[in-house]
Ligand binder design. Structure first.
Ligand code: FES
Ligand code: FES
Length: 225
């Protein structure tokens, strides 16, 4: 439970986190706050009750028409970003994980309208079949992929981790992936995959002196090379 002092801190930060356990666990109000203070969203519905949101998806700005009840997962999939998987739809499996404003979030738990003005990375924003992102290469090399359904979410959780912490410990990797369930594997190969990915990204950064993500961003949705 959060004590009074922490509760005041939470209220002051305005993070809007309504899950006290999550708030406590993730040290909300610190720099790692699990949910950013959201600006009040003032969107007007059209005559059909739909809202137009403006979002940056994988480096490109675009407008999506969404209903007030639609989740971000549903909106992304209806616009063709089907790499974001719908598993449980109740916030338990992690297969719908995307990166929103630099943090991994569950698309099935986020109202689409609240994404207005945000930056989204989906699995389509990483590599392609011919030009995979080093994290995708690492998951293949480690044999961490079986049916593949959980993998987009796993990879985006990994990306969010490595962007922030390029050399994570095993405990940090386990914590970052603990919301991503996999029905096929034993959770060992994915840990290996993250370690391989971290090494690959470090090598790329050392060799090129550039951001290893740079070459993989900004492609149109669903592009298949
Ligand atoms: S589909 Fe979102 S957590 Fe399972
Ligand atoms: S590889 Fe099948 S659910 Fe993870």
């Amino acid at each position: 439970m959060i004590n009074e002092e922490e509760k005041m801190k939470k209220d002051e930060c305005g993070c809007g986190c309504h899950d006290e356990n999550l708030h406590e666990e993730q040290n909300c109000c610190d720099e790692d706050c699990c949910c950013d203070p959201m600006e009040e969203i003032m969107l007007d519905a059209d005559p059909n009750g739909m809202f137009e949101i403006c979002v940056n998806i994988n480096g490109e700005m675009g407008n999506l028409i969404v209903s007030k009840d639609e989740t971000l997962l549903e909106a992304l999939r209806s616009y063709g970003w089907k790499g974001t998987k719908k598993g449980c739809d109740t916030g338990d499996c992690g297969s719908c994980t995307i990166i929103f404003n630099g943090k991994p979030v569950l698309g099935c738990m986020m109202p689409a309208v609240s994404a207005h003005g945000g930056n989204i990375t989906t699995i389509e924003g990483l590599g392609t079949v011919r030009n995979p992102h080093p994290i995708q290469q690492a998951f293949v090399e480690a044999g961490a992929v079986q049916c593949g359904f959980c993998i987009p979410g796993m990879i985006l959780s990994t990306k969010a981790l490595l962007d922030k912490n390029p050399e994570p410990t095993e405990a940090e990797i386990r914590k970052a992936l603990d919301g991503n369930l996999c029905r096929c594997t034993g959770y060992v190969t994915q840990i290996n995959a993250v370690n391989i990915a971290a090494r690959k990204m470090k090598e790329m950064k050392d060799q090129a002196g550039t951001n290893p993500n740079a070459a993989y961003m900004g492609k149109p949705r669903g592009e298949a090379e």
